[in-house]
Design a binder for this molecule. Structure first.
Ligand code: TYD
Length: 140
């Protein structure tokens, strides 16, 4: 049975359009490959195995995370349940809906984590304290 947390994320498997020249993966927005219209792209690299990034929830933004090189782990939490997903191939995307608490960690040395976002950056829609996150979801 699907839990509440299971309904807040999904794994995307992009088609690999490879041929003898190499691999090519397309991530088109607007529901084609990515469930939302892509407004922002950023990528994280140079973080090592000791670092934990993220540690926040977003009131509005949805994300798709893709380790286009190397590997990392994402821990997701909805205030009640927790789950860890390993990002270990460029054709895999992790779609995160809004209001999930997330942490990215255990970055391989060569990790490049590409992030596609549904909204422009707005520091005000980030909740960066876990206790505030719990209070916020309780108030909904
Ligand atoms: P932060 O959200 O802490 O990164 P992570 O989610 O990987 O832990 O962002 C690091 C810094 O970059 C912080 O000062 C905010 C800034 N930033 C932007 O200006 N625009 C963006 O789109 C993002 C993701 C971060």
């Amino acid at each position: 049975m699907k839990t509440a947390l299971d309904n807040m994320y999904s794994i995307l498997n992009f088609e690999e359009k490879g041929d003898e020249r190499g691999s090519l993966i397309v991530a088109e927005g607007d529901g084609i490959d990515i469930p939302f219209a892509i407004k922002r792209v950023f990528y994280i690299y140079g973080s090592d195995a000791e670092v934990t990034r993220g540690q926040h929830a977003n009131k509005k933004t949805e994300f798709v995370l893709i380790n286009i090189c190397g590997t990392s782990k994402v821990k997701m939490n909805n205030g009640k349940e927790e789950k860890v997903i390993v990002l270990d191939r460029p054709r895999m995307g992790l779609y995160l809906k809004k209001m999930l608490w997330k942490e990215m960690y255990d970055f391989s040395e060569d990790s490049i984590l590409l992030v596609l976002a549904s909204e422009h950056y707005d520091a005000g829609e980030y909740i960066r304290e876990y206790s505030k996150y719990l209070a916020y979801i309780d108030s909904l």
